[in-house]
Design a protein around this ligand. Structure first.
Ligand SMILES: Cc1cc2nc3c(=O)[nH]c(=O)nc-3n(C[C@H](O)[C@H](O)[C@H](O)COP(=O)(O)OP(=O)(O)OC[C@H]3O[C@@H](n4cnc5c(N)ncnc54)[C@H](O)[C@@H]3O)c2cc1C
Length: 468
């Protein structure tokens, strides 16, 4: 990258907000799992929408490609640059809460705001923003929107897409589209907002968003249930849905090995159930103050036990116990990382076929990589399974990782056969680009037309999701 170009970026955002030092850039170039390490000409950190616009106006003129980045927690390589003539536009300084609007039940935030900071602010205002992920202490709202993040509360509140009311975006030529509306009804043609949700930085830069918030539940009830199979977990899900009107806000399945890893690598988790093959973490939330809610939930869970749908049940009696239960679930990714090489499949399957998927996928992975160990967990209530594989004990990590392609192909084939999705929540980025091309040929042709009309010079995160 020419020094004159770097100087221009310095003029726009200020000297200290353009990073070119190799060491200082590492934070923005390395992906969380260490799968991708990139290169870039500079990291440019704007503080306002106008600065983003000026960066893009200049980049458009000079054909400089731009890779938007939020918290750098994406798991498909979308936020990583791979060319020393490209720049990262880091949104981390664009992080204000512009408005909290309890009447319209909305907040307007800038893209670089960290998700947990928004959650805290909502909590102080007796509200919740329900998006909740294990990476919430680092990921940004802009990144959440650009990757249409899922997480543990989708079951009741929906994906990020369902939580976005309006967006402010900057297009590749620097023009600003401000659609920060709090409208419930707005049928004004094609939805630009929806195109940006899940666009992974390929259409433009999201600079701000108006998001839905909800009344803070007065009570949450958390429980762990042990079951012998994923099939039983689906039976329990249906039983709860058919017999209780208190909102079920989470329903997470974890296999035994996931929890073994948490116990091995993280602070020891306190698990109130001794022996189990699978654990389900359920959470109910309620905005009403009703005395008999707890009884209703306990009765229902006891019925589940007596009908032999679950083997054992533990209902949390304190917020500390509930927190410990969530700690187990949220530590699985981190624990698996510490166990060595992993191959990850973030897929979704129609709920009726989840059990079939897990059984067949286990057989496939054992055949392709004998000795491999399955770390299976996920938002089973949404049909979303993280079917992850850890390398066999004492095996060579690189040799194991080389099997990724073969294994993924078979898992993807199975997913498609069952009418599922090859990417439930992490997106496409680089990791799943070839898979997208293979399984969604016709969609990819349309994607290219959309991409060309938003970004005719292909300067926005080129090479991610699709090639044009
Ligand atoms: C431990 C762990 C747990 C996770 N759990 C979940 C989970 O449960 N559910 C889930 O969905 N994901 C999960 N993720 C993945 C990740 O946290 C999410 O995809 C998150 O939404 C990414 O946000 P970010 O700010 O880190 O984005 P980044 O990683 O910085 O970027 C992700 C993508 O969005 C683009 N982008 C970022 N900001 C903008 C912007 N302002 N405008 C335009 N494009 C932009 C980037 O170019 C890139 O393509 C997890 C990750 C980790 C490490």
């Amino acid at each position: 990258m020419l020094s004159s170009e770097i100087n221009k970026f310095r003029k726009i955002v200020g000297n200290k907000n353009v990073i070119t030092d190799k060491n200082d850039m590492q934070k923005y170039l390395k992906e969380w799992r260490g799968v991708y390490t990139g290169v870039a000409g500079a990291i440019v950190k704007p503080k306002s929408t106008e600065e983003v616009s000026n960066i893009l106006k200049f980049a458009y003129r000079k054909n400089i490609s731009c890779i938007p980045q939020g918290g750098n927690t994406g798991l498909v390589g979308g936020q990583i640059p791979f060319n020393k003539n490209h720049i990262v536009i880091s949104l981390e300084r664009l992080n204000k809460i512009r408005e909290i609007n309890p009447t319209d039940q909305s907040v307007t935030v800038e893209a670089g705001l960290i998700l947990s900071d928004l959650q805290k602010k909502c909590d102080e205002n007796n509200l919740i923003f329900p998006l909740s992920l294990a990476s919430e202490g680092s990921c940004s709202l802009g990144g959440n929107i650009a990757s249409n993040a899922g997480g543990v509360a989708v079951l009741y509140y929906g994906n990020t897409r369902e939580l976005v009311m309006g967006l402010e975006v900057v297009l590749s030529d620097g023009s600003i589209i401000n659609n920060l509306k709090t409208l419930i009804k707005d049928n004004t043609g094609y939805s630009i907002k929806d195109l940006f949700i899940g666009s992974e930085g390929t259409l433009g830069v999201i600079t701000a968003a108006t998001l839905k918030v909800f009344p803070k539940p007065k009570n949450t009830y958390t429980a762990l249930l042990s079951v012998d199979s994923p099939k039983q977990s689906i039976e329990i899900l249906n039983y709860i849905r058919n017999n209780l009107s208190i909102p079920l806000t989470a329903f997470e399945l974890m296999n035994n090995f996931s929890i073994e890893l948490v116990n091995k690598h993280m602070d020891k988790a306190s698990i109130p159930i001794e022996k189990f093959k699978w654990l389900i973490l359920v959470e109910f939330s309620s905005i009403e103050v009703s005395k008999n809610e707890k009884d209703k939930i306990e009765n229902l869970l006891n019925e589940i036990l007596h009908q032999n749908l679950a083997k054992d049940i533990f209902i949390s009696q304190s917020s500390k116990q509930a927190k410990d239960m969530w700690y187990i679930r949220e530590s699985i990714s981190e624990a698996q990382k510490k166990e060595g090489g992993s191959i990850k499949n973030d897929i979704s399957i129609p709920i009726k076929d989840i059990s079939k998927f897990i059984n067949n996928a286990e057989k496939i992975s054992k055949k392709v990589i004998p000795g491999s160990r399955s770390v299976i967990f996920g938002h089973i209530g949404d049909g979303n399974i993280h079917f992850n594989i850890s390398q066999p004990v004492k095996s060579d990590r690189d040799k194991f990782i080389k099997k990724d392609k073969k294994l993924r192909k078979k898992i993807n084939d199975l997913t498609i056969e069952l009418n599922g999705s090859i990417s439930a929540e992490h997106g496409i980025g680089l990791t799943k680009k070839a898979d997208l091309k293979k399984y969604m040929k016709k969609d990819v042709e349309l994607f290219k037309l959309i991409k060309k009309s938003f970004d005719p010079k292909n300067i926005m995160n080129p090479g991610k999701i699709i090639d044009i």
